[in-house]
Ligand binder design. Sequence first.
Ligand SMILES: [Mg+2]
Length: 347
Amino acid sequence: MKLKINSPLPSPVDSDTENDIPKLKFPESRIHSGLDPNCRSTIPLCPKSFSKVMKSIDTFIFDADGVLWLGESVMPGSPRLIDYLVKHNKQIIVLTNNATKSRAVYAKKLAKLGYNSQKMNKNNLVNPAAVVADTLQRSGLDGKRVYLIGEQGLRDEMDELGIEYFGHGPEKKQEIDGAFMYDIKLEENVGAVVVGYEKHFDYTKMMKAANYLREEGVLFVATNEDETCPGPNPEVVIPDAGPIVAAIKCASGRDPLTVGKPCTPAFNYIKRKWNINPSRTMMIGDRTNTDVKFGRDHGMKTLLVLSGCHQIEDIIENQMNERDDMVPDYVAPCLGVLVPETNQVYY
Ligand SMILES: [Mg+2]
């Protein structure tokens, strides 16, 4: 089917030599699939319109990868936008779906990349590892331990709250020899199975998780269900936590409590900690199915930046499929283009 597009798609123009911020020509009118006049449309933002929108927003929640950084590099122009918001007394929260590292490690990374370390420290960061640890603590494990499929970030956050866990890291060689399928060794006193991205995930871990989950009282908590994660080589698919969670869901026949975007535990964690007013909060991210959906499902304004995963075509596809929950209110090429040249405020 050929798309009828009301507004021309943005096209690249010369980059900003001073800051190396990619600039795109943007249509003045709304971005709309053109098929159904009643479907939700998205407004492209420029510095002037962003300044006006800012007036109705107290808190900005930022995704990290594809928004603040890309792999190990800073996203050009993003620190400038953060400084601009801080100058105008806006509250800043960073919400990543990456649980491989702790909030303390991400805070160090932000500082190293040149972000305002006073406003973007560990206390302004949220990741699924912190939400998982908080969820387990609040649910009361009664001294029981956690079977963990996950990386260092989960371990650090659980250590901080004194939660005991085991099972992470590579399986011992002898356990996968011979007839292990009929004689799997399970530990006693397990209160929860926590599943996230882990590079050592294998059949034995899947089998252990599914067997621990046979007990109804054992909690099943997942960090996030992102299918893939971005990497420096776009030709390579990097599976994220989603496929690992899916394998354990399938083997155990149980659905997890997933805490990361777009799910509600991450929102409840933020609401409890900062008491945000969702109608005066903007979620900014590079994915429509996690960042935008998270914002839309929880009553926030949403902005998709095109510096990471999803593009204008994805917005149009969501409009065509009537997935209003994944259609952002606003779109911009990247954060840096929203800062007025003169730092002038338009209201
Ligand atoms: Mg992202």
